[in-house]
Design a protein around this ligand. Structure first.
Ligand SMILES: [Cu+2]
Length: 196
């Protein structure tokens, strides 16, 4: 992935240098009083190509770094509570949380975004509508009794996240179907239970 980005960046750099070499060619016809201000167009061209290249670079970086939703597996505390801190800043980070079904979940919403759009977070499946105080952590607790996807959103339903509850059985076998669950399972594989 990084290689691909670097490859594209190198390609853009080559394009830029080629363009500037071409743009300087007319300057070799040194005339004492050129009838046209030839330098204007090449500079505009170079600026245009540079701006275009930078825009492309930005677009690619955005695509690789931010377009894919990140998921995070909840950490289990000593009391068997699965805990995740979610930063609220122009959305929810992470916005996909993977938990085990049937175990209590505590999501610590840390709100950094002052816009009142993100003032409230709602979990319709659990009947939760909680106001989040600015620059404070607000814990929200619930227990997803059954496996499934439980969405949450801001009070205006503009920003979204999802809590995916997977069954402990599927978790230990590592055969969960969703990408999010598979990613979460990779770091710490538990011994496969070959039960019946
Ligand atoms: Cu909103």
């Amino acid at each position: 992935m990084l290689n691909k980005v670097l490859g594209h960046l190198a390609g853009i750099g080559l394009l830029l240098s080629t363009t500037s070499a071409t743009a300087q060619m007319p300057m070799e016809h040194s005339q004492p009083a050129p009838p046209f201000r030839r330098i204007d167009q090449p500079i505009a061209l170079k600026l245009g190509v540079t701006a275009g290249g930078l825009a492309l670079m930005g677009l690619e970086l955005w695509w690789f770094l931010y377009s894919k939703q990140k998921s995070q597996k909840a950490d289990s505390t000593g009391q068997g509570i699965q805990e995740v801190t979610i930063t609220v800043d122009g959305g929810y980070e992470p916005s996909q949380i993977v938990v085990n079904a049937g175990q209590p979940v505590r999501l610590n919403f840390f709100r950094r975004d002052p816009s009142n759009c993100l003032e409230q977070v709602r979990f319709p499946d659990f009947g939760i509508a909680q106001d989040l105080k600015l620059n404070q952590t607000t814990p929200i607790e619930f227990t997803p009794s059954a496996p499934g996807k439980y969405s949450f959103a801001c009070g205006m339903n503009m920003f979204h996240g999802v809590v995916e509850a997977i069954s402990a059985e599927r978790n230990s076998r590592g055969t969960a179907t969703s990408d999010a669950a598979r990613i979460a399972l990779t770091p710490n594989p538990s011994p496969a239970s070959e039960g019946s």
